[in-house]
Design a protein around this ligand. Structure first.
Ligand code: ADP
Ligand code: MG
Length: 405
């Protein structure tokens, strides 16, 4: 460092270099961002096929089509529509039919004017279109499509949100205005909404009927599907081998309660951040617990205080077992051994198996542990236990505190 560098600058450069020099579990964290669309979507083949069937008449007969995609947050509505639009566009490249795709996020472009402006700007980015009403803007778009003999597929994403604000007129403009004038409609629409019923309820009968036969519901993902979705990103987002498979399983389990792929990806991203912060070279279940606690601080200290004495001992045993094993799940046999040790520490006689099991059920009802059949690889009706909602180190500390009273 030269002596002429002011102290403050030198300091910030050192911080910068220090931070950049640190080891990280990530290869490219941006691959986990919500707007990143992976090259293939897993577990959505059938839905993709159905979309293709719905829009086939556009390609073959120059017809205009509408579809409604529904489903809760994180089921891949945005991803599948974007993927479909882009695939369709590139499949048509060099063919007779000219087809373009535009994805509009109606939460961002949240007026009819803004939506139509987005469409005309796609073709004429520099034109200001100041002071023009919907009719003029649409007219401009339609004239252009006609002049170039082009077709357009538009996704109106988050349209339910938009219609709460503005009503359904935008659909009228895009789906019926041309037809009523006796012109061929060159614009096809994918509408996206959370609920089919609430969406349709807001439409007038003629517009409703244009969607009614083409509703495509996306179901919530289950834990296995979410595991596949997260695993698909690992190679791009993380250094190889830096994510423990049980961490993924645990995250998939949590996110499966909502069926939400966005939550699963956010959790693995946050878990990676926690691992980096703790300077660990792999992402472990404990990091996922911390990541979850950041998003959902669900365990309240009062709950811990109000538990029965042996429930506290049992929870402490589960936490200790998980802390030592560094795994996401503990087998009940292992927990019982850990529980016996905890009892001995506190000079208590351990409860019998059935009674202990009732306590375990109670912890489950309180949402403190999650008990599941252990699945393949273990004989009999053995169960496994996890602490999904909070770092086990935190649970251990808090339980020791309440036991101390
Ligand atoms: P929605 O629009 O239904 O809320 P998104 O399409 O935004 O859900 O999906 C949330 C996140 O999950 C995005 O990052 C998306 O790329 C990813 N995702 C959703 N479904 C899949 C899938 N089947 N395969 C791979 N990634 C997916
Ligand atoms: Mg979306």
């Amino acid at each position: 460092m030269g002596a002429d560098i002011p102290a403050g600058v030198e300091m910030s450069r050192r911080i910068l270099e220090d931070e950049l020099g640190k080891e990280t579990v990530f290869r490219d964290a941006s691959k986990l961002l919500p707007d990143y669309v992976p090259s293939t979507l897993v577990h959505r083949d059938e839905e993709f096929r159905q979309l293709t069937r719905i829009f086939r008449p556009v390609l073959e007969n120059n017809a205009s089509q509408r579809a409604l995609l529904t489903g809760s947050t994180g089921v891949g509505k945005t991803a599948i529509s974007m993927k479909f639009g882009e695939e369709l566009k590139s499949a048509m490249r060099g063919k007779d039919l000219k087809l373009d795709y535009i994805h509009v996020n109606c939460r961002k472009d949240n007026s009819i004017h803004a939506v139509l402006l987005k469409l005309v700007h796609h073709y004429n980015p520099r034109e200001p279109y100041r002071g023009l009403g919907p009719e003029k803007l649409l007219g401009d778009l339609v004239t252009r499509l006609r002049a170039h003999d082009e077709y357009l597929l538009v996704t109106l994403d988050e349209l339910d949100y938009f219609m709460q604000l503005n009503g359904p007129d935008v659909l009228y403009w895009l789906t019926r205005a041309e037809e009523e004038r006796g012109e061929r409609n060159r614009i096809s629409v994918i509408a996206i909404a959370k609920s089919r019923e609430e969406f349709l309820r807001l439409l007038d009968a003629p517009t409703q009927s244009t969607f009614l036969h083409n509703v495509l519901p996306l179901e919530k993902y289950n834990a296995r599907q979410l595991t596949d979705i997260v695993n698909q990103r690992l190679g791009d987002a993380f250094r190889s081998g830096s994510v423990d498979p049980e961490t993924v399983e645990m995250i998939a389990d949590t996110a499966s309660r909502w069926g939400d792929a966005r939550l699963a990806l956010e959790l693995i991203w946050r878990s990676g951040m926690v691992a980096d912060m703790e300077r660990c070279d792999s992402v472990m279940p404990e990091h996922a617990r911390q990541a979850k606690a950041e998003i959902y601080p669900e365990i309240k200290k009062e709950v811990l205080q109000d538990m029965k004495f042996h429930e506290k001992l049992l929870l402490l045993a589960v936490a200790r077992r998980l802390k030592i094993s560094k795994q996401a799940y503990a087998m009940t046999g292992e927990v019982e051994k850990a529980y016996a040790v905890v009892c001995e520490e506190h000079g208590e006689a351990p409860l019998k198996h059935t009674q202990l099991w009732e306590h375990m059920q109670k912890l489950g009802e309180l949402g403190l542990v999650d008990v599941q059949p252990s699945g393949a690889g273990h004989r009999g009706r053995s169960m496994r236990v996890s602490i999904p909602e909070a770092p086990v180190t935190w649970i251990e500390k808090e339980i020791v505190k309440v036991l101390g009273r």
